[in-house]
Design a binder for this molecule. Sequence first.
Ligand SMILES: *Cc1c(COP(=O)(O)O)cnc(C)c1O
Length: 838
Amino acid sequence: MNVIGKVTVLPQLPAEIARLSELAYNLYWSWTPHAQALFEELDPAIWERFQHNPVRTLLEVPQERLQEVAASPSYLSGYAQVMADFDAYMDRKDTWVATRTPELRPVAYFSMEYGFHESLPIYSGGLGVLAGDHCKSASDLGLPFTAVGMLFHQGYFRQLFDKDGWQNESYDELDLTTLPIRPALGAQGEEVRVRVRIAGREIAVKVWTLQVGRIRVLLLDANVPENSEEDRKLTSRLYGYNQDHRVQQYVLLGVAGIRALRALGVPAEVYHMNEGHAALMSLERIREYVEAGLDFRTAAETAASSTLFTTHTPVAAGNDAFTFDLMDKYIGDWPGQLRTSREELYALARHDQQWDGHTVPAFSMTVFALNVSRAANGVSELHGEVSRGMWNFLYPGAEENEVPIGHVTNGAHNLTFTSQKMRDLLSTVLPGDWTERLEDEAMWQAVEKLSDAQLSDVQREMKREMIAFIRRRVREQLQRNGMPAADVAASEHLLDENTLTIGFARRFATYKRATLLFRDRARLSRIVNHPEHPVQFVFAGKAHPADNPGKAFIQEIYKVSQESEFRGKIVILENYDMNVARHLVQGVDIWLNNPRRPLEASGTSGMKASFNGSPNFSVLDGWWREGYDGENGWPIGEEREYADLAVQDDADAYDLYRRLEEEIVPRYYGTAPGAGSWAATVRRSIETVSPRFSMQRQVIDYVQQYYGPLGQRGAGLAANGAARAREVAAWKGWVRQQWPHTHIQAHANLPTTARPGEKVTVSAQVNPAGIRPEELRVEAVLRRGQEVLHFPLQAGENGTYNAEVPLEGSGLYSLGVRMLPVIPGLSSDFEAGLVKWA
Ligand SMILES: *Cc1c(COP(=O)(O)O)cnc(C)c1O
């Protein structure tokens, strides 16, 4: 058909169930299986066909069916219960924020992707799911919080395997009327448009509202008739077609995102950049201050003082960087708008790169983000450490562990990923309000009261559901590829519910080493085909469309799964998304993760599995390095890095097989003499991982470590026409100018060996070049291994400084003396970027 227009005819909801529509437009249902059940019950086939989409389901269900359920007492009682719970959730006054920190200032959170639910495919993987979960817990805890993202109208891709197991991508144009979003309306009830100039073109951006419990997400959409065909594609796909497309998307997210907040009058005093993609928000925030009359440096200081940056990428090459020429094309008019020079603006982002054997200055999104924020963090303790090492060069004179990048370990939104059956079981031992204090570690000890049988019954049911789901999916795939009827029929017998089942699902980035398990096929075959104690594996995951090595991994697993010795025992499922993720984390017995350490910044899928009683079996990287306690799962390999990757792979693979054979399989089948029961490990994994890696704990950490302090500091710098920001900016300008003229020389009477507790005298001679003594810190720095201790030197006459430095414990110490300019209220000692070592 040649479509000339579209119209949606809305169903008439009978009065008895009139609020189903309201429920469909609030993602509260995405973590509430009972709410989903109300839609599923309307028509299970429609529900399944349209990715569990409540809005779509309401549009598709025949009117007669609506009348029918509206007359069904059992449906109405379920409906009444869900609506009562929903109202109680929405109206709750004593939230965590209201009772603990009511003065918290409003937060604006920017992320390129969000994973809320499979029916809203605007995420590619872990980063998006993390952002979606962050919003859900921000709602649960009652944060004043608004999120900003992009409405990708072709979503991320749908993954299809061909007959040979090669990944193909399919892009479906989303029909926006079937999504739980509404146009954001301005004060006069008009649809809001914001405009952004990119490369001389005026781009119109429509703003949509997505309601997630109590909080709102604003989604930016360039696919509007005012824009050219090319510009309409700016919000078609995640992470663009090429570098040019990507940069423009970043401009849209950052600049149009801030403008959307302003157009809607959304209050925001703390700004959180989730990954460097969001960093260009600072251009617009600085521009606003410049427009209000501030000079560039004061404006930049003010904007930065309320900005937090979270980095997720532990490899240098994974951090986006663009040539200055490319940036000129898309942000070339910004230096003028900010009343600064290109040189000064780009200096905030400069990171020289090696391209084709040449050193080229590049605009790094991460470097820019670090320079235009005053707080930064990695996403696990180890990733914090790795990040401090990676970005140490931006803080000359700082020791690695002084680099001002902290960490907040990731979490996952428990309720989104925990099955209803497990929730029901947990409710039998946890207090009535357990879903509201998920981070409470003591509360979770009650899980010890669950019996082995209770757990294994629930886990068996979850596993059955997963196996049925996998068989259905594989059958569909085989039919689509025109496979022989015998093969299609065989899919009815894939996997066995009595067999130890291990899940592995994530993006197929090569560092995640999806094929590590296959390093020794013969040994794997012995494990899988053990006559009494077999093991089976389920894989899933998407490779980035341009990542052929990742696609080759998928194909390798697919081919192994077709070999006769592994058929029906190793399965790889298509189209990993949140739906597949939920089925797998709920249904498998163990969750496997074997990335190449330390490249997994955090990882979160193992947390979701633990919530459901599937212990984690993983390399001690990311979150698991903190989460593993000796009893709640198993490690793989050692806590170290290797120079030779092949050696690392061999060592890890060997350890993986050994632990499976010697520890995990015997424990699962109850054949380990004297060892604890399988259920003991299951209980331990639920009770330790659920609170510590709850998204609720994560968001509380962000509030306490960052949102609260930054909000106060930012407000202090911005008050009275940014008076303090102006002082700080002026002071930095002055000390930077004086610094080359300063001088320091130091002396210490160090013996070659010393007794513990002995003191050494350290002295320095300083020429402060006019910098006031109270603004100059002269200190001795004592380093022993990773530990760094500071001892201030006291000012004496004529530029002399002295201190007695105690050597407290035994060990090999290095001593240095340095000076740095400081004033009260800086975000870190390295903010001015000036350190001089003697
Ligand atoms: C949780 C999740 C991820 C993240 O998994 P990792 O453990 O970080 O690899 C990716 N994709 C989906 C769909 C998820 O639900």
